[in-house]
Design a binder for this molecule. Structure first.
Ligand code: CO8
Length: 261
């Protein structure tokens, strides 16, 4: 499949960079873009050499300005349901990727754009980032998971304020409330993302996947079961040659050579 609205590059081994590219609509998500996203995410999911994925928006103004309002304008309830379900599948697939996924939010991340960022494992924001769920201004609630992931990320009270007022949150506030992990000048954002990706790619690949799996799957378990899950995954890691290599390298005071096995 060739893409028209996104690009998927591999700037270095194991590091994928997905860029949303619909400049005429500030990278807004229409059905075709969601299909392309689903396809690209499946490619990364199937790649055993994948270490980390970065997602950003083309241009200087927007990460993603939401779902495409032109496409949604005349939706029947049936079409709206199908579109919401398509978006939901993309967000779930993103969240379920076995490798860390980092959103590089450069400019507007509104509506479906904020929902993509929330489906990523964490967010690096440019100084001009603006997050928000402005759907109520259009007479709709969010439809790609924003009502569920935003409260889980920033707490129910702040999420409900944002969801019901449509207020935009700037980068400094996003940093303060824990929505963004770091804020950088816009011109440095991709570079900083790539540096972080490189740092992750240098670690034990299976250990990184297991850490993500434990954190993600444990989220919906009670603490006892979540810790039992961690124990099982920890024990599994000790069946890998990477674990032997990582510990041997430490004791021999050298850099480990991980094989992902
Ligand atoms: N959809 C379609 N086109 C868009 C969108 C969008 N979400 N956002 C911007 N554009 C277009 C504009 O129409 C404009 O096109 P044109 O140049 O042809 O007039 C172009 O992008 C540039 O936009 P502006 O001229 O408006 O640029 P500004 O700098 O003045 O403003 C904003 C930038 C603030 C981002 C403004 O464009 C804006 O408010 N955009 C809409 C933001 C929004 O409401 N997003 C939420 C959409 S709803 C949603 O995401 C729901 C997801 C789940 C749906 C499931 C239900 C079925």
């Amino acid at each position: 499949m060739s893409y028209e609205n996104i690009t998927l590059e591999q700037p270095e081994a194991g590091v994928f960079l997905l860029t949303l590219r619909r400049p005429r609509a500030l990278n807004a998500l229409d059905s075709a873009t969601l299909d392309e996203l689903a396809h690209a995410i499946a490619r990364v999911a199937a790649d055993e050499q994948a270490r980390v994925m970065l997602i950003t928006g083309a241009g200087e103004r927007a990460f993603v300005a939401g779902a495409d309002i032109g496409e949604m304008q005349n939706f029947s309830p049936r079409e709206a349901r199908a579109f919401s379900e398509k978006g939901m599948r993309v967000m779930r697939a993103l969240e379920a990727l076995p490798v860390p996924v980092i959103a590089l939010v450069n400019g507007y991340a509104l509506g479906g754009g904020c929902e993509i960022a929330l489906a990523c494992d964490w967010i690096l924001a440019a100084e001009n980032a603006a997050f928000g769920q402005p759907e109520v201004s259009l007479g709709i609630p969010p439809g790609f998971g924003g009502t569920q992931r935003l409260p889980r990320r920033v707490g129910r009270a702040l999420a409900l304020e944002l969801l019901t007022t449509g207020r935009q949150m700037k980068a400094d506030e996003a940093l303060r409330v824990g929505l963004a992990n770091h804020v950088y000048p816009a011109s440095e954002l991709v570079q900083r993302g790539r540096e972080m990706a490189r740092a992750i790619a240098s670690k034990g690949p299976l250990a990184v996947r297991l850490a993500k799996e434990a954190a993600r799957r444990g989220e919906n378990l009670d603490l006892g079961n979540a810790c039992a899950l961690e124990t099982s995954l920890f024990a599994l890691a000790c069946a890998t040659s990477d674990q032997k290599e990582g510990m041997r390298a430490f004791l021999e005071k050298r850099t480990p050579q991980f094989q992902g096995k």
